[in-house]
Design a binder for this molecule. Sequence first.
Ligand code: NCD
Ligand code: ZN
Length: 348
Amino acid sequence: MNVTQSLTITKPDDWHLHLRDGAMLAGVLPHSSRHFHRAIIMPNLVPPVVTTADARAYRERILAAKPRADFFNPLMVLYLTENTDPADVVAGYEDGHVTAVKLYPAGATTNSASGVTHVEKVYPVLEAMAKAGMVLCVHGEVTDPAIDIFDREAVFIETVLEPIRRRIPELRIVLEHVTTRQGVDYVRAAEDNLAATITTHHLVINRNAILAGGIRPHYYCLPVAKREEHRLALRRAAASGDRRFFLGTDSAPHSDPTKETACGCAGIFTAPNTMSCLAHVFEEDGALDKLEAFASLNGPAFYRLPVNAERITLVKRSEPVVFPGKIETGAGTVTVFDPMFPLYWDVQ
Ligand code: NCD
Ligand code: ZN
């Protein structure tokens, strides 16, 4: 295949990734370790990763499942509960075993039953984290059944995030997988201790992908994709180069039978073609020169980690690159995100 254009950038990191465990971990990990140097590993296993000891054990399982030839540094995250011990969190951070803590409102998403119901109960942990300079990752959606699912992010910002930031202004927070114009505007207006990750799929789809012309479970994730105006706001934020926005794919594999059912799981698996989709999107927006900031530079700057020394080259082919529509894992078949346009960019 002919190459029409190429782009060499610092090797990217994924600042929000679900790898699961066991046979699913073994099946999906190579798709991330191929393109990403590091990843922030989400702790929503069953049972969740709640202590530093849990995180260390899970990290060992990830490294054992990794293809030998790949370098991959899993950055571990603790799942915040109302019983989390501030001393364990800070010790884990200071020893380098833990990178961040994740706040899931109880019931917000897949495996979030042990999440936080009363934020006041976790203030001692958040205060200890602020003092240590740790990052809090938040799943920014309220779970009140009275709030419309499309409004849950905006209401979370107003009723949960803003009060936390007022109470503990020094706490460094990442609003994970931001999906709305309100979310983008809120982060832009804040000081530089607030950042947001943006997923690949939220740059590509709006809610029509899930609902128009038939219900398509492989486009269903949380936070759910919103209206087109919100997708466009995410595109502008990602392509702006603003240091507060960076890539967190939220690649979240579920086996097909658990998605294609009357009550399907939330999650989109984008690991295999994420870099191709991103290059497409940034090129479309005339912002290929900002892809490196988004995927490789802004994340480490916020997490206060070094930028990767390795580089990758993306090449644009004259013929579409074919990705498998599904991958087989020991835990079942997983459907790969279909952006619904041909992909020409490939990682060399
Ligand atoms: C994630 C999962 O499957 O673990 N699902 C999703 O739709 N993003 C959970 C999450 O990050 O909310
Ligand atoms: Zn996630």
